[in-house]
Design a protein around this ligand. Structure first.
Ligand code: F6P
Length: 537
């Protein structure tokens, strides 16, 4: 099973050209089954894609394209642990991290599940010991705070999980440090006592400049407040390079393998801090939800497959209708970090311009992904989404109310209203009539009506979470992972490398050398040389 299929886009392109002016609202009458056809339930999530800009024909064309691109084979290859990260020769096996105990996963033919189970058990035992006070710090006091140091995939996933699931008064205070700006560390350490603080350094490679600099700073902070004996109990490493972590000074490490991509790693020991702060049962439930989404992804036909539908809506918007941005608005304060998480997941995975064989992509790939929690975003950039000249597809994530009166109702009512307003809009005639009805003169109504007109016909997807639980959160994050994977297959790009972040890292090291030398090197361009001199103290 090694063949890769590439899709034929001809029908997709002709359908998109034919449907450029289609009105979404009209499609509900054209296809009475539209809502059923374009909505799906999976793993405690309900997805409504009926407000997307596709007719029934376009929807079916997109599904055909997905079949044509070989999604079913690609899913099988992913789950079989084949080297689908072709530029690094690696398997991509994050689903193995959330498999049931005694799974049968193999990466490049090597069994991995026993090791996954062992690390998970080790994490649970350690977390229980820390939570119960059996595992103490150097001076015998129980740990009350964790400082999680990591960046990118070693930060964003656990942060989403903690923000979404943290109790209001947690027994263990969990703080995150990512930025190399010392201010980030200083803020995180404020009010903490080294005697009761556990520092967890998370880095897949253990070479990341920001993380190592922050780890050094945290280590110095621990050294200033603790005796030598037992101090290493406060400084834990999580990594795919345990030798490097030990060399750095982490006596105890929790490991994962290179077949876990950084931005897909929250299911691994990368979330150790959450396992401790939330408890192993919560983490297990998160994995359960993700596994339910895996099962759905593997088994559902493509036309009823949640990640596939999400992916194809995006491909339709980006490639069919030339809409190179998408906004994500979680209408739940607990999910406020979701847009940042998705920015890395999607843009680092699919922000690519060459196919898997190295030839140029002549279509659009990943859109710009941005967002804010609702309703905050409504009072910031939604003006542009409603009336700007570009069409920016939107995604609303809402949580179903379970209480009466429903505390979430003001949130989801706003989300529903936004999605409706984006789709139906308001014509200039309607705007003028409203102005006249409100007492404006005809001249005043004519003057103001264009400003109060909404073009409408702007697409959105709404995702309803059946309560915000560890399970549904796991399902939601896995949904987005698989969506990202499907897009990569359809665009025929490698979603699992990130060479685009390397050049800047190399140049930053060179600039720091120049700073140390006290002068810009000769090969710096005039602008960068001037900026360097202005900034050098
Ligand atoms: O610079 C990007 C990146 O390589 C991400 O892919 C990764 O998640 C992040 O840096 C952190 O890397 P590490 O976990 O190796 O410190």
């Amino acid at each position: 099973m090694t063949t890769e299929q590439t899709a034929d886009w001809t029908v997709f392109d002709t359908t998109a050209a034919a449907e450029a002016d289609l009105r979404i609202v009209d499609q509900f009458t054209a296809d009475p089954q539209r809502l059923t056809r374009m909505s799906v339930e999976a793993a405690g999530l309900y997805l409504d894609l009926s407000k997307q800009s596709w007719s029934r024909r376009a929807f079916e064309t997109c599904i055909e394209l997905a079949y044509d691109a070989g999604i079913k084979t690609a899913i099988a290859r992913l789950f079989a642990g084949e080297p689908i990260n072709s530029t690094e020769g690696r398997a991509v096996l994050h689903p193995a991290l959330r498999a049931r105990a005694d799974g049968q996963y193999e990466a490049l033919g090597e069994p991995v599940s026993a090791e996954v189970d062992a690390v998970r058990a080790d994490m649970a035992a350690y977390a229980t010991a820390v939570r119960s006070g059996v595992e103490t710090g150097a001076t015998g006091k129980p740990f009350q705070a964790i400082v999680h140091i990591g960046i990118g995939g070693s930060d964003l996933g656990p942060r989403v999980v903690w923000d979404a699931l943290r109790p209001l008064s947690p027994d263990i205070d969990l703080r995150f440090v990512a930025n190399i700006d010392p201010r980030d560390m200083a803020e995180a350490l404020t009010g903490l006592d080294p005697e009761t603080t556990l520092v967890i350094v998370v880095s897949k490679t253990f070479t990341t400049q920001e993380t190592l600099a922050n780890a050094e700073a945290a280590r110095a902070w621990l050294a200033a407040g603790l005796p030598d004996a037992g101090r290493d109990k406060h400084f834990i490493g999580v990594t795919a390079a345990p030798d490097r972590a030990r060399e750095f000074g982490c006596a105890r490490t929790f490991a994962f393998r290179d077949w876990v991509g950084g931005r897909y790693s929250l299911w691994s020991a990368v979330s150790l801090s959450c396992v401790i702060a939330l408890g192993p049962e919560v983490f297990e439930a998160l994995l359960d939800g993700a596994r339910e989404m895996d099962d759905h992804f593997i088994s559902a036909p493509l036309e009823e497959n949640a990640p596939v539908l999400m992916a194809m809506a995006q491909v339709w918007n980006v490639d069919g209708l030339n809409r190179p941005a998408r906004t994500v608005a979680p209408y739940a304060h607990a999910l406020r970090r979701l847009p940042s998480f998705l920015q890395q997941l999607e843009m680092e995975s699919n922000g690519k311009r060459v196919h898997r064989d190295g030839t140029s992509v002549d279509r659009q790939t990943c859109p710009v992904v941005f967002g804010e929690p609702g309703t905050n975003g409504q009072h910031a950039f939604f003006q542009q989404i409603h009336q700007g000249p570009q069409v920016v597809p939107a995604e609303f994530v809402v949580v179903r109310s379970t209480q009466d009166p429903a505390p979430e109702a003001p949130l989801w009512a706003n989300a529903l209203a936004q999605a409706q307003a984006l789709m139906i809009g308001k014509t200039e005639d309607q705007a003028r009539a409203e102005l006249l009805a409100a007492g404006a003169s005809p001249a005043e109504a004519d003057r103001l009506a264009p400003h109060k007109t909404f073009p409408g016909n702007r697409p959105s997807t709404t995702i309803v979470m059946e309560r915000l639980t560890p399970q549904t959160l796991g399902a939601l994050l896995a949904l987005y992972e698989h969506k990202t994977f499907v897009e990569g297959v359809v665009w025929d790009i490698n979603s699992f490398d990130q060479w685009g972040v390397e050049l800047g890292k190399v140049l930053a090291r060179a600039i720091l050398k120049d700073v140390a030398a006290g002068a810009p090197s000769n090969d710096l361009d005039p602008s960068t040389a001037d900026l360097l001199q202005r900034l050098t103290p």
